[in-house]
Design a protein around this ligand. Structure first.
Ligand code: BGC
Length: 779
């Protein structure tokens, strides 16, 4: 009955207001609506109205009908006051809802856009905004009110299972890309949930791990991106993360959710928990975590008792309720929007295809790319060429209609591939999948089967391919996702993968033919030991459902590559400063996925993780400590070349602008990403990294010989570092160098500015009680 009612009236709450005396949300002051609510109604609305998980954690059953099947949850509705539900569904690589429904013959597919890492690798703010607009449109047209995205946690360590959803090791880049995504989605009149707030950088024991970290590293690295996205794009909601921060759960942390987020940053929206996050519902409410998702029965009783014994104050609860109502009031469902269930998937496929090409990164090119006109026959090697990976697993997966493989993409571009090789691979993959061990245990439904080992190709088979084909492409694939971190073996190439590269290169090079390695990956892998062997390497990331077409666009030269790395590719895994404090190769038995720790002992990197590397994350570490890397932050080649000249500074109030001329000096049209790094004077009080990204810009497509003047602007206060002792952002006086580069290690122009000192006092929150062995550049 409730279902029928919801179908009839769920989208038209205002029409059923019975009588004129009953207060209705939307036509009555919101405070009066809060006053008109019973205590039971208030307690219901702060708890999500959706799910209960079976005790073994294996299946999800609805306690109320799902309004949009496959959505992650919804808020509680109160019809007598005209309060509708708000439907919340995942991102970030597209909308995650079920593609089929019971007793319904039609499908509800969504577009699988590129993974977050690829989007950020475009460094193209308007393009990310456009992708956000399309994802938001799909959400709105499928009846969703708030998209649970973007996810902007820092890629602290190469092995984090969810790095594919995240943007960068750099907070400015993550914040700016995140803000663009939010603006795009919210331009449709639906909300976003900026997640996971904060410092959720490992999947191992994510619901229990205590992140022990300095206030400085928090402010400068892990919170900075959130601050930018909150201030620039005003997300409707924020999702608190699972982990503890310095001993207090993020979702129960008043310092984080109220003092910092609301009072200091001015956030006006609503905060919700991550699904089943935190332990104490009362502390969550008191901390400023307004909504508990997806909602558990016992939370109701906990809150009720707390109201009775005074640990939860009525006016505090009223604030939580009001913030939820303020979101509900803005939703399409509340505004009676008649969604079509028919977004323009064809138009969005074109957008995802184009956006994916822009984030793919050319690592190496000895004249192998783009294909010359006489290249027609491609030896397509590597299992993943035939089963392209569009994105990661877990809540970031998207139920799409199709995935274009590299095989399909090349064929669509008019290339030929060897049919016998194709059949051999297809049979091999089917067989390997048949025998692959299916993941078991809690949340295994979200985990994918391991990828097959690479197929062994005999010497004579390889010679045959080298003779008959014009070029070879080898795709290396990796799949990762929510719930588990990657292992070091996933970072390294397998014996079979290395052998495939060597053998193919030997056979093809003997006949003067080229070999290209394509990386269909969601996170960093080892490249240093083998990168000298092939002629070209293209990091294609995971480009969504049109991935194969996007790669073909680059390979054939239809599009000039212009993506750049948003994180460092180290030589060895251990080279990364965070590796000493990361759960490398932890197994599921080391922790309890249901959020309970029954062990008597605490295990380093499982129960707590010390962020000893402090502010030295990614290139901030490698560049400051002169460590060699395989590919540096900000790196990426093009089919053309760009000349930088005439850099000069323009000062206006607190804004610093560097104008620089960029000329395309090659023979192909292309776009260039220009990166601005600041270098502090030597005599400043605090330890400073060798350089820090302050801003960036991407040019439009420049024709050969075309010059454009770009302007890179940032605020002087962005030169500040956070002084834990004084609880202040502090800019030291002196002469700062501004480096204008094509990557963090390819600096083309340098200008200088004199800066006066300044301080901004902040609240002294999120203090650590632990002694950290903090890495320092100068003692
Ligand atoms: C994830 C969130 C997601 C939520 C709802 C959680 O497991 O951490 O990112 O939004 O589930 O699906």
């Amino acid at each position: 009955m409730k279902k029928i009612l919801k179908i009839m009236i769920g989208v038209a709450p205002l029409l059923i207001s019975c009588g004129n005396n009953v207060k209705q949300l939307g036509n009555t002051d919101i405070n009066k609506i809060v006053d008109a609510m019973t205590m039971e109604e208030k307690l219901h609305i702060v708890i999500g109205d959706q799910l209960e998980v079976n005790t073994d954690g294996s299946a999800v059953i609805g306690t109320s009908e799902k309004i949009v099947p496959g959505a992650a949850g919804n808020t509680y509705d109160i019809k007598r006051l005209g309060i509708t539900s708000a439907v919340l569904a995942d991102g970030p690589a597209g909308l995650r809802i079920d593609s089929t429904r019971k007793n319904d013959i039609r499908t509800y597919y969504c577009t699988h856009f590129p993974i977050g890492t690829l989007l950020a690798s475009t460094w193209n703010v308007p393009l990310v905004e456009e992708v956000g607009r399309c994802i938001g449109d799909e959400a709105k047209e499928y009846g969703v009110d708030v998209l649970l995205a973007p996810a902007i946690n820092i890629q602290r360590n190469p092995l984090c299972g969810r790095n594919f959803e995240y943007y960068s090791e750099d907070p400015i880049l993550a914040g700016k890309i995140g803000a663009a995504y939010i603006r795009g989605v919210q331009s449709n009149g639906i909300g976003t949930s900026l997640k996971h707030f904060a410092v959720n950088n490992q999947e191992t024991n994510r619901q229990n791990v205590d992140v022990r970290i300095s206030q400085r590293a928090l402010r400068e690295i892990y919170l900075k991106g959130f601050e930018i996205a909150v201030k620039e794009a005003h997300p409707w909601t924020i999702m608190s993360s699972y982990n503890y921060i310095n001993g207090i759960y993020a979702s129960q942390n008043y310092g984080l959710l109220t003092t910092l987020l609301r009072k200091e940053w001015g956030f006006k929206g609503m905060v919700m928990t991550d699904w089943y996050g935190g332990k104490d519902a009362v502390e969550q409410m008191n901390a400023g975590n307004d909504l508990l998702m997806p909602g558990r029965k016992e939370q109701y009783n906990q809150l009720k008792n707390a109201l009775a014994n005074g640990t939860l104050k009525k006016n505090g609860l009223d604030k939580n309720v009001k913030r939820i109502l303020q979101v509900v009031e803005k939703t399409p469902r509340f505004k009676n929007y008649h969604y079509s269930n028919n977004p323009d998937l064809r138009a969005h496929a074109a957008v995802t295809r184009q956006s994916a090409t822009e984030g793919m990164i050319l690592f190496k090119n000895n004249g192998a790319l783009p294909f010359a006109n006489n290249i027609r026959n491609v030896a397509l090697l590597g299992c993943t060429s035939y089963k392209f990976i569009p994105g990661g697993t877990g809540s970031g997966n998207v139920n799409r209609a199709y995935t274009v493989s590299l095989l399909d993409g090349l064929r669509n571009a008019g290339m030929n591939t060897d049919a016998t090789l194709q059949h051999a691979y297809e049979n091999y993959i089917t067989d390997a999948n048949l025998h692959a061990k299916k993941p078991t245990g809690p949340f295994s439904r979200f985990l994918s089967k391991p990828l097959p080992k690479e197929m062994i190709i005999s010497d004579s088979e390889m010679d045959y391919l080298a003779k008959t084909q014009d070029v070879a492409i080898i795709t290396l694939g990796r799949i990762s996702g929510e719930f588990v971190d990657r292992k070091e073996s996933d970072f390294l190439l397998s014996k079979e993968e290395k052998e495939l590269i060597t053998k193919t290169s030997e056979a093809f090079h003997k006949l003067g033919k080229k070999v290209i390695v394509l990386l269909n990956i969601g996170g960093v892998i080892e490249t240093s030991s083998w990168k000298a062997i092939p002629d070209a390497i293209l990091c294609a990331w995971q480009g969504g459902q049109e991935g194969g077409n996007s790669v073909a666009d680059i390979i054939t030269g239809k599009v000039c590559p212009s993506g750049k790395l948003t994180m460092t590719f180290p030589i060895n895994y251990e080279d990364d400063a965070s590796s000493a404090n990361f759960p490398k190769d932890a197994s599921m038995i080391d922790f309890n996925i249901n959020g309970k720790n029954d062990r008597n002992t605490t295990i380093k990197n499982i129960d707590y993780t010390n962020y000893d590397e402090d502010i030295y994350v990614g290139y901030r570490y490698f560049d400051s400590f002169n460590k060699h890397v395989s590919y540096p932050f900000g790196y990426g080649l093009s089919y053309t070349k760009f000349d930088y000249s005439n850099a000069h500074v323009i000062l206006k109030g607190s804004l610093i602008t560097v104008a620089v001329d960029i000329k395309n000096t090659g023979k192909t049209s292309g776009k260039e990403v220009i990166e601005l790094y600041a270098v502090a004077p030597n005599q400043v009080k605090l330890n400073k990294p060798a350089k820090e990204l302050k801003t960036f810009i991407k040019t439009k497509e420049l024709k050969p010989n075309e010059t454009v003047t770009v302007k890179l602007t940032f605020n002087k206060k962005e030169l500040a570092s956070y002084d834990d002792v004084a609880s202040s952002w502090r800019v030291d006086a002196g002469n700062y160098k501004l480096l204008i580069g094509s990557s963090s290690q390819d600096i083309r122009q340098i200008v200088n500015i004199d800066v006066k000192k300044s301080f901004v006092k902040c609240s002294d929150v999120l203090k650590t009680q632990f002694i950290l062995n903090k890495l320092k550049r100068h003692s």
